[in-house]
Design a protein around this ligand. Structure first.
Ligand code: GLC
Length: 645
């Protein structure tokens, strides 16, 4: 074990390098690297892993980790940076789909750390020892940036300056979006649009989930389900509706399928150690995984989106790019052998659960990941070393193509897996949440953390993805979604239909979604300013009121832009909620075209919020513009504004 020296001082925007780090392209600013013996934290290398630690005072807050489970304050849990396809976002999880390796301590000392390292990282933030954070990297080749600042927002600015400006989507991507796995045919899509029109509820986008494809093959459209697709897309454009197809990371193995055949011919897919194409099972059955670590593969895959953009498509969501692997043939064969051997046997506890685990452990199996190899600058590199940039590089391949071909802000693009750097060309959504009340709150907490890492265009599946929703849950979820840049209602196959028109009294839904359209000029401007100024759209209250104990601990309200505070209702059968005002503010209730305002003093208040109302707080002396609602973003009159506050 090599014990390195702890110098005990914080650097200012300093970069420390050890070994030969993989270039993740997360940072765009040039730095001179310092050697790790100057590293300001106590650190060591043990069993090929680099770890460092710092102490925390009792009242210190630890922010960061972007899209991750649990609270805004990350203290008291152990997290992992490991992009994972896990549809159960419970509080006992340690990672979700992203690896956003930015952490920030705020208290007497304030500093930020960005660990630019694409393999697994463990963040023990006061879990093993209450007053200590220990960060362990699964390797010894990395860049670590230490960022200084007087307060958290300064540090965020520093960080965002070094990672580059955030992606700005087209204006229409701020409209309301309806999704479901799946609207399988053009008739199903038409039914969604017609039903929204009939209910007079605004809508800008309808999503095409995996079933629009021919046998789940990327860049194909099933012509039986969507005959004359290009013509159909054009017709929808005339209705001012954008169709947004999904693209998955894996490319189906099928003779005669040009994308697969090109990939094989040019050796574009990931390999096994002995140079064979690595094969995994996902929706289409066996697939090849494009080796997005190679620039050439990125430009090849990126250019494939042309098949769909040529048909008029101008938005995409990239999925399954952690990458998700349901099984490998090898793993499946072993499990089937076990099942065969168990036939007719009297299985005791151990035998039965071992058999069960043989099947449940097939998906996203660590041995499978370890058997994938990438070609990085001519060298074979094991997937474990780059796992966390695989999905980000897929999305980069698309984003780079779109920017080259269409210019900035023309194509909507967001991804499930991500790493810092992908924020320059795309947004993210928070993956397969549940129709749980607790997920309204969880998704609220993710917003400022994602913003810290540059992901501004983001949002959760409103109404919840997994399992059955209830009418009131969808309404309350939407009332949070009114403020999130991505406002998309999405749900899994087999669950209750949760399009707004499927519930009683659709006018309540209309009231909520109209509020979104009224706020779009404000939200769009706030978004563009945040991108331009390396700022956050959503901030924890503690950023703005660091000396206010209640604000410092508040995790169920957020500051929005320079003007507002939001506080959604997230409990069932609640006709309102308690809210804490860190200063005097105007309480505004918005519902369709109705606006009511009431000045409230600093302190705790109970506010009544009906299911068709959106609560908003505006700071003293500030005003928020509202336009008239419209059925499409393109029909909004963004010139004639009414100011509230
Ligand atoms: C994944 C995605 C989800 C999508 C489904 C089918 O679970 O996260 O949004 O609907 O795959 O494509």
């Amino acid at each position: 074990m090599k014990q390195l020296q702890n110098k005990g001082v914080y650097g200012y925007g300093e970069k420390f390098t050890l070994g030969n780090p993989i270039n993740t392209e997360a940072v765009i600013k040039q730095f001179d690297s310092l050697s790790v013996d100057k590293f300001p934290f106590e650190h060591k290398i043990e069993n090929g892993k680099f770890s460092f630690e710092f102490n925390m005072n009792e009242n210190d807050i630890v922010y960061g980790l972007g899209e991750a489970p649990r609270g805004i304050n990350k203290r008291g849990w152990v997290y992992e940076s490991f992009c994972a396809d896990d549809p159960f976002h419970t509080e006992t999880k340690s990672s979700l789909y992203a690896a956003h390796n930015f952490l920030m301590l705020s208290g007497e000392k304030n500093f930020g750390i960005f660990v630019d390292f694409p393999a697994k990282i463990r963040w023990d933030i006061g879990y093993s020892q209450t007053d200590k954070t220990v960060v362990t990297l699964n390797g010894e080749d990395f860049d670590i940036y230490i960022l200084d600042g007087k307060k958290p927002l300064d540090i965020v600015h520093e960080f965002r300056k070094i990672i580059g400006k955030s992606y700005i989507p087209p204006f229409w991507a701020f409209g309301y979006q309806q999704s479901r796995w799946s609207y399988e045919t053009n008739d199903a899509v038409d039914n969604v649009i017609d039903s929204y029109n009939k209910a007079q509820i605004p809508l800008d986008c309808v999503y095409l989930d995996i079933d629009y494809m021919e046998r789940y093959k990327d860049f194909t459209v099933d012509s039986k389900k969507f005959p004359e697709f290009a013509e159909y897309v054009k017709q929808k454009k005339q209705q001012e509706i954008h169709l947004i197809p999904i693209i998955d990371a894996g490319v189906k193995k099928e003779d005669g399928y040009s994308v697969y055949e090109e990939g094989i011919k040019n050796e574009y897919f990931c390999k096994t150690k002995d140079g064979q194409t690595f094969e995994g099972g996902v929706w289409p059955g066996i697939v090849g995984f494009p080796d997005f670590m190679q620039k050439e593969v990125r430009s090849w895959f990126g250019s494939k989106y042309k098949t769909l953009t040529d048909m008029g498509i101008d938005g995409f969501w990239n999925d399954m790019n952690e990458p998700a692997i349901f099984y490998t043939q090898n793993g499946l064969d072993k499990a089937l052998e076990k099942a065969e051997a168990a036939k007719g046997k009297n299985l005791d506890l151990c035998d039965f659960f071992a058999l069960k685990d043989a099947f449940t452990g097939l998906s996203n199996n660590s041995e499978d990941y370890s058997s994938i190899y990438h070609n990085i600058d001519g060298k074979m590199v094991c997937h474990d070393r780059v796992h966390n940039i695989y999905g980000a590089n897929m999305t980069k391949s698309a984003g780079e193509y779109f920017e080259k071909e269409f210019g900035k802000s023309k194509i909507l693009m967001f991804s499930r897996a991500s790493y810092v750097g992908a924020h320059r060309t795309s947004g993210i959504w928070f993956g397969d949440n549940h129709s749980w009340w607790s997920h309204i709150l969880l998704n609220l907490k993710m917003l400022p953390s994602a913003n810290m890492c540059g992901f501004l265009y983001c949002g959760a599946d409103l109404g919840g993805f997994n399992e059955n929703c209830t009418r009131d849950l969808v309404l309350r979820f939407l009332a949070l979604g009114v403020f999130t840049p991505l406002m998309r209602n999405h749900s899994a196959c087999g669950t209750r239909n949760q399009e707004c028109y499927n519930f009683e009294n659709t006018s309540d839904f209309k009231d909520i979604i109209e509020v979104r359209y009224r706020l779009i000029p404000y939200l769009y401007k706030t978004f563009c300013n945040a991108s331009e100024n390396d700022d956050m759209i959503f901030r924890p209250l503690s950023f703005d009121y660091p000396d206010d104990k209640i604000a410092r601990e508040c995790e169920n309200q957020l500051m929005l832009g320079d003007e507002c505070m939001i506080c959604p209702v997230y409990e069932q059968n609640a006709s309102g909620r308690y809210v804490y005002l860190p200063e005097d503010m105007t309480f505004v209730k918005l519902s369709g075209e109705n606006v009511s305002t009431q000045p409230l003093e600093k302190g705790v208040h109970y506010i009544d919020v009906a299911l068709n109302e959106v609560p908003l707080f505006i700071k003293k002396g500030k005003k928020v513009p509202l336009c008239k609602p419209a059925m499409r973003t393109s029909l909004l009159d963004t010139e004639n504004l009414e100011f509230i506050g």
